[in-house]
Design a protein around this ligand. Structure first.
Ligand code: ADP
Ligand code: MG
Length: 246
């Protein structure tokens, strides 16, 4: 469980007429065992924020700390594509990111493969698996290093609706079982409502517009009335903020 503190975080790309403000002085705190979703229309800075949190991008100005019990927190990442090494088996893809290859480490990798229902696929190569299975391997790999905080950028957006739904359920049980802090980017309000206790709404220009708590029990079934109402309420806020795609 991590503590994230973001102060006056600002990010611009390009110069002069080409200048784009991707994040506009964002202030934010995320703390403890929470599932936070970042939602907003395409181009509103979601990936930029996640990339800065992950250390892939540097901010133009502002500050950022990610700590666990006062020390630097260990992050894990999952992106839109699994980015597996095709010439290594599933198990070897997980072992590749570990500090050691001891039998304990191997058992830990197996535990996370079991969690994503791929316990028997360790000897397969990525090319032998479906897109959904490859994404599951990517998720198992990210959890297998047991990070304090997990950053996920639209991890299910390339999957069909049914596969995405079962992966959301799995991810949610992993979040509950491992007590990680998860920061999850999505453009899908339904997905955010199903998964999160907190939804941060961003608008064009990288402006944090709203910070919504969703206080419903987990697991949430999207066909459940309370979940549908929560989704409608978030969409209403989108409408009020003029964020719906036209
Ligand atoms: P989102 O993930 O919400 O779709 P991004 O964070 O990818 O949005 O992009 C935010 C804005 O910053 C967009 O206008 C995008 O074109 C711009 N941008 C993102 N990355 C770069 C980059 N490496 N160089 C120039 N502009 C960028
Ligand atoms: Mg993006």
């Amino acid at each position: 469980m991590a503590d994230i503190k973001i102060s006056n975080l600002h990010k611009e790309f390009g110069v002069g007429d080409d200048k784009v403000v991707a994040l506009e002085n964002v202030n934010l705190e995320i703390s403890g065992h929470v599932f936070v979703s970042i939602v907003g229309p395409s181009g509103c800075g979601k990936s930029t924020l996640l990339n800065i949190l992950s250390g892939i991008e540097t901010p133009t100005s502002g500050s950022l700390t990610i700590t666990q019990a006062g020390a630097q927190a260990a992050p894990g990442y999952v992106f839109q594509a699994a980015r597996l090494l095709p010439w290594r088996t599933v198990m070897d893809n997980l072992l590749f990111v570990q500090a050691d290859k001891s039998s304990e480490t191997r058992a830990r990798c197996q535990k996370y493969l079991d969690m994503v229902q791929l316990g028997d696929k360790g000897d397969k190569f990525p090319g032998e698996l479906s897109g959904g299975m490859q994404q599951r391997v990517g998720i198992a790999r990210a959890f297998s290093i047991e990070p304090d905080v997990m950053f996920m950028d639209e991890p299910f957006s390339h999957l069909d609706a049914i596969t995405a739904r079962s992966l959301r359920r799995e991810l949610h049980s992993m979040w509950a079982a491992t007590k990680k802090t998860i920061v999850f980017v999505t453009h899908d309000v339904g997905e955010a409502v199903e998964l999160s206790n907190r939804i941060l709404v961003f608008a064009q220009g990288g402006i944090l517009k709203d910070d919504i708590n969703v206080e419903l029990d987990f697991p949430r079934d999207p066909s459940d009335e309370a979940v549908a109402v929560a989704k409608a309420n978030v969409l209403k806020k989108f409408e009020e903020l003029d964020l719906l795609a036209t």
